[in-house]
Design a binder for this molecule. Sequence first.
Ligand code: KIV
Ligand code: ZN
Length: 516
Amino acid sequence: MSNNREIIIFDTTLRDGEQSPGASMNLTEKLEVAQALAALGVDVMEAGFPIASPGDFEAVREISANVRGITVCGLARCNQADIDRAWEALKQAPRSRIHVFLATSAIHREFKLKMSQEEIIDRAVQGVQRAVGFCDDVEFSPEDAARTEHDFLCQVVEAAIEAGATTINIPDTVGYAVPAQLGDTIAMLRNRVPNIDKAVLSIHCHNDLGLAVSNSLAAVTNGAGQIECTINGIGERAGNCSLEEVVMAIRTRSDYYQAKTAINTERLVPTSRLVSSITGIPVQRNKAIVGRNAFAHEAGIHQDGMLKERTTYEIMRPEDVGFAKTDLVLGKHSGRAALADRAKALGFHLTGEQLLSVFDEFKKLADKKKEIYDGDIAALIQQEITDIEQEAWQLDSYEVKANSGSGPSVRLRLRHQGNEVIGESSEGDGPIDAAFWAAEQATGVKLVCKDFQVRSATIGRDAQGEATLEVEHRGKTYRGRGVSTDTVEATIQAILNAVNRILLATATTTQSPQTS
Ligand code: KIV
Ligand code: ZN
């Protein structure tokens, strides 16, 4: 292994990450995240699982057609239909990769696939060969590799490389591995598979035991050349290996790992914020690298040390991961250029049209609020991005009656398809409950509220309220988001945003195969 080898960062936020319950993104949101990943310097981006749904296909195709400077990857099971569909979605990308997978562990063979070892090898080889017929960058994953018998794993890996796979990814699908053991598995493959030097060895860890980052690093120590990870570690169940953590571990401890990545680390915090706001999955305050408290020193003794010499208590600088030095304030007189500048610094890529629309909202906000902070701007932009294109239902106006002692009621006036105005009143246990009832009656869409949060986007009593909610409709989870200086209005917007997402999804989805 060379001394300062470059580790390939394979981001799967848009595929495995999007499988987090409630984290599904619409096309505009996926494109926004894809652009941010390209700016972050990710080497390979897994943009989706094209056969899973028309939405996934469309997203992979649009990303392939529009995002540059990055390899775009699409996932496929080892069968003809999946692989052909993946290629159809990927073919416009200047650099593309097909990622085929097939489970190999005894549990999966016996109970899920009902296939023998020989049949698995044949299917894997056929899958890789079909993918190689389309593109010369092909990744093969023996799903649940971490629980697969070593002898059989070696045979499958050798056969997949022989068939043309250029990357072999070792998934710890259920997050069962521990660092030393997974490191040994990588070393074992390097020692025992005769053609292993013809492929890059990759690692894909889930975080069920909280070990995804440690396991990935152990794999790197033992020769893995690619890490699969997601922004903020989002993903199935407890999530995947967190990109920001693994990248900063390699960078901060390059003395130990003798390795580097091409990640532009100053984009980590903006990208983390973008993914959090788009998916509605908050970043915990004390999360390493990107959490709000990650660089906050509270203890007096630490503060004193820091003032004398920052390295006494700081192993990384906040600016290296993209925490801004100032929370610059804009106001009524700030122009479009200043807004565009802040948007860029916050990690957003706005089209001219989006900038115009955000600038309009910015001016309205500046009439209500003297000082506009980064959080306000991010909230306005996120609103622009999360607004779904064909909004069936929009809020025209509302009225709330509430006082202690009598049940609150809400009257909504909603616009349907841009013109027809529908009024609906309802009572509830509280104004929010009443708003849910009224929205359900007006739109005819039944919602089960699973999570509801209102938080202020910035500081001060006049801060914008950001309402996010998660609702269930016919067994599926959807998100909704609304922003306003009036928190009741923000909540109603969030309810309608969820209703619109449901209507859009139910108009376009088919049953989708999922994997982790
Ligand atoms: O966790 C897993 O096994 C996966 C594979 C598809 C790589 O996500
Ligand atoms: Zn996975």
